[in-house]
Design a protein around this ligand. Structure first.
Ligand code: PGA
Length: 255
């Protein structure tokens, strides 16, 4: 991390876990554990958990995020949720382009970009996910792919809007597998994303963008990962479902 230049953000991604009642219990447990954080603390929760999560998190330093958002403002899109709907509830962040959405729900670089623009237009802060598969890594395409995905996701995003964007480098092979990228691999991947941003917006701007690492980040490896200059926090799946573990990661990013 380089806290002099950019904000560290630790965000939980609960995925399809926890009912609203369970969400309240978990956030209550987390609140005192992360109260002293010297980083941004975010919990991205299932849509239906959002009102309960916002109610419980009120008055604490925990910000609530969603896990996806539609790219249209309204209309005939059965089952979808628009950015304004989230904003009105008090949502601040939204995960966009998670690899599970790319893999299972037809998300493309273009829809990731449209969702990012919709989120920014409504005043939400997108956490834009990029990452290579194991096959792409083994073929030697990691740098090319990360730069392409990052640039595609940010197409038509202004330098001013970029201040509200968080990028999350999540190697697909490290998500939910227990296989973490080494701290060097994480730093390198985040560095490629930053380089892509620099190619479009210039180095000074790129140096201010928060770029998280995600993929089996946990209480044991968080310290080493966030010690890397390009790793400005994390997007945490499994370990964000355990208050104690999540708080240890928050502490690592608070140093
Ligand atoms: P994981 O998930 O921490 O369970 O690997 C990370 C993510 O998918 O954001």
């Amino acid at each position: 991390m380089n806290k002099a230049l950019r904000k560290a953000v630790i965000a939980g991604n609960w995925k399809m876990n926890k009912t609203p009642a369970e969400a309240k219990v978990l956030i209550e447990e987390m609140k005192p554990l992360v109260a002293d954080a010297d980083c941004e603390v975010v919990l991205c929760v299932p849509f239906v958990d959002i009102p309960a999560a916002i109610e419980v998190a009120k008055g604490s330093n925990i910000k609530i995020g969603a896990e996806n958002v539609h790219f249209k403002a309204s209309g005939a899109y059965t089952g979808e949720i628009a950015a304004d709907m989230l904003k009105e509830l008090g949502v601040e962040y939204v995960v966009i382009g998670h690899s599970e959405r790319r893999q299972y729900f037809g998300e493309t670089d273009q829809t990731v970009n449209l969702r990012t623009l919709a989120a920014l237009g409504a005043g939400l802060k997108p956490i834009v996910c990029v990452g290579e598969t194991l096959e792409q890594r083994e073929l030697g395409y990691t740098e090319t792919l990360l730069k392409f995905q990052t640039k595609m996701a940010l197409t038509n995003v202004t330098a001013e809007q970029l201040k509200d964007v968080v990028v999350a480098y999540e190697p697909v092979w490290a998500i939910g597998t227990g296989v973490t990228a080494t701290a060097e691999q994480a730093d390198e991947g985040n560095g490629y994303c930053r380089a892509a941003i620099a190619e479009v917006y210039g180095t000074d701007v790129a140096e201010t963008v928060t770029i998280q690492y995600g993929g089996s980040m946990n209480a044991k490896n968080a310290d080493e990962l966030v010690s890397k200059v390009n790793v400005d926090g994390g997007l945490i799946g499994g370990a964000s479902l355990k208050a104690e573990d999540f708080s240890i990661i928050v502490k690592a990013a608070s140093k």
